[in-house]
Design a protein around this ligand. Structure first.
Ligand code: G6P
Length: 611
């Protein structure tokens, strides 16, 4: 949560920072702020989005060649101007932007108040910046020493950029737990939470590691640990184009990303499927193949949409490999003292690779001796760096807060691993494996076809746009898809929605059904098709309005349901990956019709780097 940008060079910093913050707004958008150095130092901040900040800064005409900026997702203190970052220290010597949480802020705050330090905001960030200034003023330390001493005293997570007003030729940056990268330019350097604000200017980046601290000047970059040990910077090339982080004619990132799914899925299996379709070679998986083959249990940990992908993973692994699977919310797993045995494999799924609970679950699993495999999208993020092995989904940057293409690519990656492992374990014959891969490579074209129903889904969205509640039902592979459809609707349109296994409906949700309750039934053809027809009849008998996602040509459900959306035929294991597309579009159109901010839904953030 929270996006950070820093710039030092000769160009006008204002535009670079504001543009960068807009690219990072997916990380938070409660308030925003910027500090610019131009001989003097000026800070601008306001409640609201980066466009509000832009208006404020533009009114002043002030610019600089050095600066830092922040877009916030509030943790400590409500969204307001005073709680917005940058936070300025009590003596005004330090200006800081922060992403993360200082967990021992209350103890440190008391310590500082007892020594006469005053506070203006409710933020934990002000505690840290005041601690640095206190060490600088009262302790007689240099700015660099004050920063590193303070960082050695704080517990929690931080990605930081700091200005010291006595040293206007440099920015300080530090990281622990929250991502931060440095973009290396010619006579200029950039700092940001991810590569998106940087790639326009340089492809050369340094990923800071935990407890790294950088002193960043125009023509110089010094990298150390917070314990003052010099580190040799490792410069990497980032593989990201500007087109990937712009809307490219789509009204919203979410719609663009829904439409990118054929390409994204293709990229997930590209280069991994053998040319004769006889096998799948995922490098990271082969690094751990012995462990996978010996595995007695797989535990999947994830949050949000990635958790729903994990639930589909459970069906894949149990069907294809016969290994028992448990799927856990990372936040529950990490605090449950879970039982992990020698031959257990933990699979962590995360689009961002930064979700705090998933990262903590990975560390816990490792500390208990499990082998941990990661499925992530963002290259170089924290989770892939912690896991024993893993694979990237290569979905490309996902900027809309509601996850779409990340989900479908995670599901594809899980299915590929499961089928390959099933084959290696002798559960799936070579012929069945080949037949599965043959169906896999057809998925991008089938999603392309599914996307053609966009206008039809818009019409159905008009029917549900004024609903207060909605129920989503599915069975088997389609149950996690129902959960995901409900999550999409509630997170962006604010219509309350619940996903349920269809047969469980009669144990509770059926009581809610009346003519005002849309019920979205995911009912493509699989083994439970007959059963789900009965569920639809039960809803109709109670005057519920049924929107059914069916396999093309289904004339049975077509006659009973009020609205029908048809997806192409595929094998049952892949039916969910097609059925989720109309559900994503349904949520999207309902949200647009209700006037909601689709890409930046209230209170949410793309990457939850706090507990
Ligand atoms: C947030 C996002 C969701 C995402 C979840 C897990 O809640 O809004 O879209 O599914 O975090 O994120 P991850 O990056 O770990 O997949």
């Amino acid at each position: 949560m929270c996006g950070i940008v820093g710039y030092i060079g000769s160009k006008p910093a204002r535009e670079i920072i504001l543009k960068g913050l807009k690219r990072l707004e997916y990380r938070g958008y409660d308030s925003a702020g910027v500090t610019l150095i131009n001989g003097g130092i000026k800070t601008f901040k306001c409640k609201g989005h980066v466009k509000d900040l832009e208006k404020l800064v533009n009114e002043s005409n002030f610019d600089g060649t050095i600066g830092l900026g922040h877009t916030r997702w509030a943790t400590h203190g409500e969204p307001s101007e005073v709680n917005a970052h940058p936070q300025i220290s009590y003596k005004g010597n330090f200006i800081m932007v922060h992403n993360g949480i200082i967990e021992n802020y209350a103890t440190l705050k008391k310590h500082l108040i007892d020594r006469g330090v005053t506070f203006k905001s409710e933020t934990d960030t002000e505690v840290l910046v005041n601690l640095i200034d206190h060490l600088y003023i009262e302790g007689g330390f240099s700015a660099e020493q004050a920063i590193s001493f303070a960082l050695n005293r704080v517990k929690g997570a931080y990605g930081l950029v700091i200005i010291c007003s006595d040293e206007k030729d440099r920015l300080y940056a530090a990281r622990k737990g929250s991502p931060l990268i440095i973009g290396v330019g010619e006579g200029e350097n950039y700092i940001a939470s991810d590569a998106s604000p940087i790639v326009e200017f340089t492809q050369r980046v340094i990923y800071l590691n935990d407890e790294d601290m950088a002193i960043v000047k125009k023509n110089e970059l010094i990298l150390k640990t917070i314990r003052n040990q010099i580190i040799e910077p490792e410069v990497k090339e980032v593989d990201l184009s500007i087109g990937e982080i712009e809307k490219e004619g789509f009204p919203h990132f979410m719609l663009k990303e829904i439409f990118e799914q054929p390409k994204a899925i293709h990229n997930t299996f590209r280069g991994r499927v053998l040319p004769d379709l006889s096998g799948i070679r995922i490098g990271g998986m082969y690094d751990m193949m012995d462990d996978f083959i010996k595995a007695e249990r797989i535990i999947i940990v994830a949050c949000g949409t990635s958790y729903h992908a994990g639930l589909l993973g459970e069906y894949f692994f149990e069907e294809f490999t016969r290994i028992p699977v448990e799927v856990e919310y990372a936040s529950e797993f990490r605090y449950r003292n879970p039982i992990i045995k020698k031959n257990d494999i933990v699979i962590a799924i995360s689009q961002s690779g930064e979700t705090a609970d998933t990262l903590a679950a990975v560390k816990l699993a490792k500390s208990k001796g499990a082998k941990v495999f990661g499925i992530c999208n963002v290259v170089g993020s924290s989770i892939p760096r912690e896991t024993d092995a893993g694979t990237y989904t290569h979905a490309g940057p996902e900027i809309g807060v509601a996850s779409t293409k990340a989900f479908s690519t995670q599901v594809i990656a899980l299915s590929m691993i499961a089928s390959e492992l099933g084959n290696k374990r002798g559960i799936i014959s070579d012929d069945d494996h080949k037949s599965f891969i043959t169906d896999l490579v057809k998925i991008p074209a089938l999603i392309e076809e599914t996307l053609k129903m966009n206008d039809q889904v818009l019409e159905v969205a008009k029917v549900i746009q004024n609903a207060n509640n909605a129920l989503y039902l599915g069975r088997g592979y389609l149950y996690p898809v129902a959960l995901e459809g409900a999550l999409k609707l509630k997170e962006i349109s604010y219509i309350h929605a619940e996903g349920y296994p269809a047969a469980e409906m009669k144990h509770g949700p059926i009581a809610l059904i009346d003519e005002n309750m849309p019920v979205v039934v995911v009912a493509t053809k699989d083994d439970t098709y007959e059963k789900i027809i009965n569920n639809i009849q039960e809803i109709k008998a109670r005057k519920g309005m049924v929107i059914a996602i069916v396999t093309r040509g289904d004339d049975i459900i077509g006659k009973i349901a009020n609205h029908v959306l048809e997806v192409p035929e595929t094998i049952p294991a892949f039916s969910g990956i097609l059925a989720v597309v109309p559900l994503q579009l349904l949520a999207y159109h309902a949200a647009v019709l209700r006037g909601c901010n689709v890409d930046q839904p209230r209170n949410l953030a793309k990457s939850v780097t706090v507990e």
